[in-house]
Design a protein around this ligand. Structure first.
Ligand code: MRU
Length: 399
């Protein structure tokens, strides 16, 4: 069984998130009971990955309301007047939902899944008001919607895995060797994963020879999280530094007879945080340079993206907001205090750069559509039309 980043139970209501800052050293689940805690978990990247962020945002609103409702039923005297008003008045509940969604929307700016989730939950709330639902009925509709999002994400990832594996096999005459970046697996989604889902599928079919994955500085989603998932699933794999991909493609593509490993890389497969209408794709910092080296070495560059990460409101990548994170993530490297015999579950930071350095720490970059061979979604694979440099994702999704 693969690791679950999100554990949600409807009755009695409970939501737990695997703290990914502590992986791979400690497996610690932290409980979320309020919207504010959900905001913090996402903002601090204890939970991360575009689909997982959207799902946790939805569930943290749902759990906050479900716990309020539970107290309302069991012990109404324990509630303050503001909460009582929310539970007695659907219109005040709607105000609470709007404020909560606005707060959650501020947690991270790049992945579109968060904003899409907010729009859906807001529509559900308004539709409940129009149907004259009471607060309890609206909360139940919100819970149904969030649960459905989680189930859909898992189903979508399985389809992405299948479509992606078929596409790669169709375009290769050998067993497959891939490179991936960041973490796009069970930990970044409600299960299975997107780019990692394709790798899982290739492995399950016995068509995968080897998966290489980058460490993905500065947060090390590759060396900490992808390694964890690949080792767990016993998928043949090798960790490389971010700076080694061109060397890997070059030695394997052009000099495989003299290379010790000797596998030609078939494809680089990555996930997506937001794909614009033309196919420009925002993903973890470093993705763009992988696409450039893939083009130079004539290797397929594949984006695995559920349609929930495609933003048809954005024409191209220039309009995607790129999150910039704290310089500490670059100048410090994390470890666990436990190793110093101090305390469990505490991250120790070791400074690797001198005090006073200037740091630029964008969390994502945008890969132009021109460099992308195909975008794999749960609805199938999109390629560019003959002679075009961009994708027509509106046509693909809406027909
Ligand atoms: C299926 S996850 C797709 C993307 O969200 C993933 O590639 C990525 O960039 C994650 O970034 P992160 O900063 O770890 O949230």
């Amino acid at each position: 069984m693969s690791l679950k980043a999100i554990v949600y139970v409807r009755n009695p209501p409970s939501l737990e998130i695997l703290n990914q800052l502590l992986l791979p050293h400690e497996t610690v689940y932290e409980s979320i009971t309020t919207v504010q805690q959900g905001y913090e978990q996402i903002n601090q990247m204890k939970v991360r990955g575009a689909p997982a962020i959207g799902i946790v945002a939805a569930l943290s609103l749902v759990i906050d309301l479900q716990l309020k409702l539970q107290t309302f039923i069991n012990n109404p005297n324990a509630l303050d007047s503001e909460t009582l008003n929310i539970l007695n008045s659907p219109l005040l509940l709607a105000t609470f939902v709007r404020n909560s969604l606005d707060r959650l929307n501020q947690s991270r700016p790049t992945a579109v899944n968060l904003f899409r989730t907010s729009d859906i939950l807001w529509d559900v709330t308004n539709s409940g008001i129009k149907k004259n639902f009471d607060s309890k009925q609206i909360i139940e509709s919100l819970a149904d919607t969030a649960e459905q999002m989680m189930l859909n994400d898992l189903k979508d990832n399985n389809n992405i895995g299948k479509y992606g594996a078929d596409f790669i096999l169709k375009n290769s005459d050998k067993k497959i060797c891939v490179v991936t970046h960041c973490n796009t697996g069970s930990l970044a989604t409600s299960g299975y994963g997107t780019a990692l889902g394709i790798i899982r599928h290739l492995h399950a079919q016995e068509n995968l020879l080897h998966a290489y994955y980058t460490e993905t500085r500065p947060y090390n989603q590759g060396s900490r999280l992808t390694s964890y998932e690949l080792l767990h699933d016993k998928i043949p794999s090798t960790l490389i530094c971010d700076s080694m991909v061109s060397a890997l493609l070059s030695s394997h593509a052009f000099n495989s007879s003299s290379n010790k490993v000797g596998h030609k890389i078939t494809a680089i497969i990555v996930g997506a945080d937001r794909v614009a209408k033309n196919g420009d794709t925002a993903n973890k910092i470093g993705t763009y340079q992988l696409a450039i080296t893939a083009r130079y070495h004539n290797v397929m560059f594949i984006v695995a993206s559920p349609s929930t990460s495609i933003d048809l409101n954005i024409q191209n990548g220039r309009d995607i907001v790129i999150e910039e994170r704290n310089e500490d993530e670059v100048v410090f490297i994390g470890g666990l205090l436990k190793q110093d015999g101090i305390e469990k579950n505490q991250i120790k930071k070791v400074r690797v750069s001198p005090e006073g350095v200037k740091v630029w720490n964008p969390s994502f970059d945008v890969t132009p559509a021109e460099l992308i061979t195909a975008i794999v979604t749960e609805k199938g694979v999109v390629e560019k039309e003959e002679g075009m440099k961009e994708f027509d994702l509106e046509k693909f999704l809406l027909g």
